[in-house]
Write a protein of this length. Structure first.
Length: 149
């Protein structure tokens, strides 16, 4: 992906990473943020499910599929010149609230192993089913790649 070249004599804004918004007096959420601010190039990642680059599921367990879906998001972001630190929003669709809670420790470990300790605003929504029969989770991501210096 090509980025705009620096034009001599024209100032560009400083690189600004996404910034967490934490309202005064509110309890700090665990594992996500209430909001973030960011400026730059928006990257909108379609819902990623737990299959590999060849469209094959290696597991039907939700935690395993979360790990793969997040890895898919990281691969797409890298192709756009971004990293997990640039994610400003995640929306998760899960097929079982119970399975999500039963595997939450493994899901959290998969999240931290893939995205690190970056916790943007997130929503997790239970749905009846996903379009791929074997999919247990689908995750959409929005990222902002800061303007170049």
């Amino acid at each position: 992906m090509s980025r705009d070249k620096q034009v001599p004599g024209v100032a560009r804004p400083a690189v600004v990473q996404p910034t967490v918004v934490q309202p005064a007096g509110w309890a700090r959420p665990r594992g996500y943020s209430h909001a973030m601010t960011a400026r730059g190039l928006g990257i909108f990642v379609a819902g990623q499910i737990g299959w590999d680059s060849h469209g094959k599921f290696h597991s039907l367990r939700m935690a395993d599929q979360v790990r793969q879906a997040l890895a898919n998001i990281v691969t797409i972001l890298a192709e756009a010149g971004a990293s997990p630190a640039h994610i400003v929003r995640l929306t998760w669709y899960v097929t079982s609230r119970d399975e999500y809670h039963e595997q939450l420790a493994e899901i959290g470990a998969a999240y931290r192993a893939t995205l690190g300790k970056h916790f943007p605003p997130m929503s997790v929504v239970q749905v009846v089913a996903l379009m791929e029969k074997d999919a247990r989770v689908e995750i959409e991501a929005t990222a902002v790649l800061p303007d170049a210096d």
